[in-house]
Design a protein around this ligand. Sequence first.
Ligand code: IVH
Length: 697
Amino acid sequence: MNQFDIFSEDSPQFSLKEKRAADLRMLINSADHAYYVDAHPIMSDREYDALFKELESLELEHPELLMPDSPTQRVGGMPLKEFKQVAHKKPMLSLSNTYSEQEVLEFDERVTEGLDNSTHPYVCELKVDGVAISLIYRNGILDQAITRGDGEIGDEITANIKTIKELPLKIHHNPFGSPIEEMEVRGEVYMEDAAFLALNEQREVAGEKTFANPRNLTAGTLKQLHSKEVAKRPLKIVCYYLDANREETMMSHANNLFLLQKMGFPTSVHSKKVEHVQEVISFIKDWESNRETLPFGIDGIVVKVDSLPQQRILGNIARAPKWAIAFKYEALKAETILKDITYQVGRTGIVTPVAELNPVTLAGSMISRATLHNEDFIKNLDLRIGDTVLVEKGGDVIPKITGFNSSKRPDDAALFHFTNVCPCPLQTTLHHIEGEVQYVCLHPECPWQIRRRLEHFASRDAMNIDGLGEKVIDQFVEIGILHSISDIYRLHEHRDRILGLDRWGVKSVDNLLASIETSKQQPFRKVLFGLGIRHVGEGIAKTLANHFGTLQALQKASLDDLVSIKEIGSSIAQSIIEFFNDDHEMAMLESLSISGLCFEQSTQYQEQKSDEFAGITFVLTGELSLFTRKEATEEIEKRGGKVTGSVSKKTMFLIAGEHAGSKLKSAQELSIPILQEEDFAQVLQGEKKLTSFIGIT
Ligand code: IVH
């Protein structure tokens, strides 16, 4: 029995439900903290999921119980049109960089001088390579998260930041004894190396742009307008600044870090208060050799004067404080022999050179291969086989070859010539696109390309065929039962053949065949993405599916039709046209269509008209930020509602944006229900009912 069953609908259970929702929020938030910050789970996944579901359904049933600190808000909500720009209360400064012990000593001399020789402890912190963020808590609840921007004005990305599980949405422990009306916390949002590598790999398989380093991936993620996408990426945060606008937070930085930790914020366990500059130097040296052991990248150490009154005396120059510096580490480097240069063929035929290295350990991992990108990259670095090359791992996690040691070049180091034939057994002559650096294999039956295309087609974000990964594809291509994408839907004809292969049993074959069958239900946009048309990533595939609705319509589109769509540039348009002009591709599409794949946007994804707002008149007022006026009107009209320009007795709801003026006043006078813009967005999402606003004026 559910605990609510004991209440009848009419009983005064509201406050009990309210209490239950508050308890659930508290329980789940504590469980998140225990799991993500303390690494000491206090409940099983099952218990956690049950509580989460209970809270979700409670909030759905009673939207008035949904609070901004609810953990259900961490999973992301409506996509935004754009981010709101918000001014920082105090500018977010940057740090002056130092690169040597000498420069650190000089910094200490300047500080000593500025403080008339008084003692001045420092706090040393790791400089995490991420994205700075300012968090504003109002009455204990996370209200706004703002990026650094230009230091003065940043973007408000609150919904994105709420997805970070470690971050308290509500402060449960107030160390000050009296309510904190407004408080600012600053910190660094980042991603651990392992999560970065895993995400990049997923993107690569899906044919999407990969990110150069965790910092770029973090920045790219935070810029997403759709917080649901952000929730899928494991962002982390470390907090290093507190201002609660009271005596206690104006004394010592180290004490502020302690207060942050007490309030439940993730802080670094490695921060250290030291008395003397020599200890600062030791801290820097210790971490220089230990930084490889951290699960995330640091690009240096931040040294801050601990006393806040002393910080105020020292002040700032231009955009940087005089009381702090960043010590930047050099990239980690190693030397090794370039044994050979081999090639990789991507799913669109691009041939990439790969350095085969004598295995070398760098930053704790063994490196034996590294991409050389293209012919120009090799020429510019003047690399030759046999050279002793320099491998570097900077903030980028992925090792890069940055040069060679000229004193170690053997006399017979072979000059490198980029291949002019595809490395696959067909050895097709490669095509060099005018003005581009890449060489491409254009053979439609190139087995190396086909493997990559098959992998992409079967990948999770495309057709999601479980069990059809790289190894299985290689195995099937090898024995000749898989030549092209359309063969996937004929694999059932080879059931006995597969059963006879190594590592296959009845259950695994039937699971694979079932998964292939299920994939026929994947929506059109996924099929389109899976086809692997050059430059058509997940987002573009969705745009095309929405715009054209059917494969037939897309196929008929001219270059002009395509480029007239906002997101489509000329190179994307060109490759779509080329795709449909290719006889092999057309034959493949024909065969896929016979197999029953979905080449039409189902109504589920199409814009639907409904009568949800039939007979309801709305007035819009104030500055809307989630929608334009036009979009809000369209959304209402799509649902059968009407929008009028002025408030009258006939107005049934007022939707109020920022700085609403006279219309808001008239609505209040007439007791017309008022929805904030976010409420309206939630109504459109089906998360709130319009009727729940009746009586709210
Ligand atoms: S303090 C004036 N502390 O480094 C104080 N910054 O180069 C400035 N960063 O924008 C910030 N770890 O993004 C501070 N422990 C740390 C930091 C840190 C990383 C970043 C931050 C800042 C940049 C300044």
